[in-house]
Design a protein around this ligand. Structure first.
Ligand SMILES: [Mn+2]
Length: 293
């Protein structure tokens, strides 16, 4: 099962668990492409609005990561990580996690030191699990042309992102044909897509280079809530399961050389604030392509 961008949505996680139980799906492994912790706690957003008289996304983000809101924000992140890991533990499947841009250092510490169930925290590392070889890399590139400075703990300048990614080019790889190679990241490789109004590009050129080098069977990422997708390019499968905070997830079954994959969308529970707040960001992509490999 592939998840991304949970953003502390415990209601969505509970709904997912009830569907898995009802459908009697057997989940062997849970891959999570970052941004699990709470990001928009309503009480803290109200506190911000009351003290600042407005709600600016970038100023709110700066306030919770770098200013007065941090202590309460981080405590809420930690609480949400513990609650969600405890819920997912009922599936009795190992979890492989890479941090997203919103993962505070403190929330990452909880994921790294979690012992109540099997959680592998992966950042610039490779993990062998049976016949799977999983390369993990977290965080996002902060586009200097869009903003002045990184705001979240795991947003990096292109230079820092690239130097942190470097170790993955140096680890010796098991290239035997019996190994199924997966690259799990939060940031996607470089891409562009068209909406009715404009063409949007994003992702990381460095990740594109890493993919050219590793040639993984499967590339998993998240971060862009706008386009849940399954796409095959040059014999590699690309999956953005979509944000679980908006009730999206993906299932992949690997049997010998046959890979079955699907993206699922659940109905939201009524009055889900997290689903609502992120729905403003949602727009269906028309045509998406990755930079050629
Ligand atoms: Mn993100």
């Amino acid at each position: 099962m592939i998840l991304a961008d949970i953003h502390g949505n415990i209601q969505a996680v509970s709904k997912l668990l009830s569907i898995i139980k009802k459908e009697q799906w057997l989940i062997d492994l849970i891959l999570i492409a970052g941004d699990l912790p709470e990001t928009t706690p309503i009480s803290l957003m109200l506190q911000y609005i009351l003290s600042h008289g407005n709600l600016s996304k970038s100023k709110y983000t700066k306030w919770v990561y770098k200013e007065g809101g941090r202590r309460i924000f981080v405590n809420k992140q930690i609480k949400s990580v513990k609650a969600i890991l405890a819920l997912l533990a009922s599936l009795k499947a190992p979890i492989v996690y890479v941090p997203g841009n919103v993962d505070s250092y403190e929330a990452q510490k909880v994921l790294k030191s979690w012992t109540a169930s099997e959680v592998h925290f992966l950042n610039a590392k490779v993990l062998k699990l049976g016949s799977l070889q999983i390369w993990g890399f977290g965080g996002t590139v902060f586009p200097p042309k869009r903003h002045k400075e990184p705001l979240c703990d795991m947003e990096f300048s292109p230079n820092d992102f690239s130097s942190q990614l470097n170790p993955l080019f140096k680890i010796s790889t098991d290239t035997s044909s019996r190994t199924f190679n997966i690259l799990l990241t939060h940031e996607p490789p470089a891409f562009c897509y068209k909406t009715d109004e404009r063409t949007i590009s994003g992702g990381s050129d460095e990740l594109t280079k890493l993919i050219q080098y590793l040639k993984p069977n499967l590339v998993i990422f998240g971060h862009y809530h706008e386009f849940p997708l399954i796409k095959t390019q040059k014999d590699m499968i690309f999956i953005n399961p979509g944000p679980l905070t908006r009730y999206y997830f993906a299932l992949v079954e690997i049997k010998e050389n046959l890979v079955t994959k699907s993206i699922k969308k659940m109905n939201s529970v009524a009055w889900d604030f997290k689903n609502m707040i992120y729905s403003t960001r949602f727009q269906q992509y028309k045509e998406l392509r990755f930079t050629e490999f």
